[in-house]
Design a protein around this ligand. Structure first.
Ligand SMILES: Cc1cc2nc3c(=O)[nH]c(=O)nc-3n(C[C@H](O)[C@H](O)[C@H](O)COP(=O)(O)O)c2cc1C
Length: 396
């Protein structure tokens, strides 16, 4: 090396070379996997986790807990109308649907069910029973969820009408752990029994898959489904648009998929990282995405939750049951991570949708697998994910 070329900076890599180096798709996959991590997330976006229990007015107390519910892509598609005293009308926020990955709004309703259940548990903490009336203005059609649909009316009973729910303390500790899990560690038998019981109480069925051959088959299936989601432009782009890159964007939106890595932020700021580039089969961009999927093929196995039909009410019940199962897991020191791609109802997913139902013994003509989650023991503790401020949900 001569003195001359020592002084000459190396040629700047082209934009494309940089993206190849980093792998735009890999970043998105990492983000999808890392959105639950507290590391680097701005404090303001996490405040709702700390302040829920400090709300004094009962309906605000209920809603401050409800908004901590698990929900697809962390869209938080909730509006709470408080204009009628003693009641909460829960509306589906039409601006926050996922038309590509969730074309019928099924997953959105599962998230609404989780929201309702946490509101009910919180009310019980203060001694109030809640009557839940689903779809008081009519049940939405099976294949279209209208913006602003009233999902439920919650009528709050008087004090002393409900005992405390033992799962309340787990609400603010429940997080979806999206890291690698310990391999093959057995699940507590009491927890597996509690999951089945919870499903039954909601008119559903739950099961676990832990036999190595069956776990391997489900891993293959979930992987295939993820590859389809990534290579289908509309579904990839739906997720890409929900990326929140860096603390400012995360604090501004407080939803979606959070990316905090300094490298990603720098490349994005200089225009060198473009999440809108869709991975393509046969190209290394897809390989890098799939490499980032590998931690999602670890764990003790899978938990599944199925309904004996495809009704809208069953979708909401699935959310109520799922969040209880997650709280039961949290209380038992077990982690859950939904892997929903194979359950999505867009056309290109038909093969994995049929296969996952076959594998779990659910006839899609009779019923639906509503949730599929890997289960086990995360190798790193999961932190909270962003939530919007309570006030943004309220209609008063
Ligand atoms: C119906 C439903 C489907 C979900 N599907 C996925 C999924 O496919 N992949 C994933 O990483 N998380 C999935 N999640 C978990 C959400 O990403 C998570 O709940 C959300 O980001 C909020 O984070 P938290 O649960 O830690 O509060 C799903 C949650 C629900 C309710």
């Amino acid at each position: 090396m001569t003195a001359a070329n020592l002084r000459t900076p190396p040629a700047a890599p082209t934009r494309r070379a940089f993206i190849r180096l980093l792998g735009g798709g890999a970043v998105l996959a990492a983000g999808a996997g890392a959105s639950g991590c507290a590391g680097g997330l701005p404090e303001v976006a996490l405040q709702p986790w700390q302040t829920a229990s400090t709300e004094t007015e009962l309906r605000r107390f209920m809603l401050a807990h409800a908004l901590l519910a698990p929900n697809p892509h962390n869209r938080q598609p909730w509006v709470a109308d408080l204009r009628e005293p003693g009641r909460i009308h829960l509306l589906c926020d039409g601006e926050r649907l996922l038309p590509e990955t969730d074309p019928f709004g099924r997953q959105i309703l599962v998230g609404c069910g989780a929201f309702i259940e946490l509101a009910v548990i919180a009310a019980a903490e203060r001694g109030h029973a809640v009557a839940v009336a689903l779809f008081p203005q009519g049940t939405p059609a099976a294949r279209s969820l209208p913006a602003g649909a009233v999902v439920a009316t919650l009528t709050v009973g008087s004090a002393g009408t409900a005992p405390r729910d033992a799962l309340y303390p787990a609400i603010a500790r429940r997080h979806t752990a999206k890291t690698a899990y310990a391999e093959g560690r057995p699940l507590p038998e009491a927890l597996v029994a509690a999951w089945a019981d919870t499903a039954r109480r909601h008119g559903l069925q739950a099961g676990t898959v832990t036999a190595p051959a069956e776990v391997a088959a489900l891993r293959r299936l979930t992987r295939e489904a993820y590859e389809i989601e990534c290579t289908t432009p509309a579904t990839w782009l739906e997720s890409a648009r929900l990326l929140r890159i860096g603390p400012d964007a995360i604090a501004a939106h407080r939803d979606g998929i959070s990316l905090t890595s300094p490298m990603v932020r720098a490349l994005h700021a200089t225009g060198l990282f473009d999440p809108m580039e869709v991975p393509q089969r046969g190209q290394s961009s897809l390989q890098r995405v799939m490499d980032r999927w590998l931690p999602f093929e670890t764990g003790s196995g899978y938990l599944w939750l199925a309904s004996p039909g495809h009704t809208r009410a069953q979708q909401v019940e699935a959310g109520r049951a799922y969040v209880r199962q997650h709280l039961q897991a949290t209380a038992a020191g077990v982690d859950l991570h939904p892997v929903s791609q194979a359950l999505q109802e867009f056309d290109a997913m038909r093969g994995p949708y049929a296969a996952v139902h076959r594998a779990l013994g659910v006839d899609p003509a009779q019923g639906a697998v509503q949730m599929l989650a890997r289960v086990g023991y995360a190798t790193a503790p999961a932190g909270p994910s962003p939530r919007r401020e309570l006030g943004t949900l309220l209609r008063t």
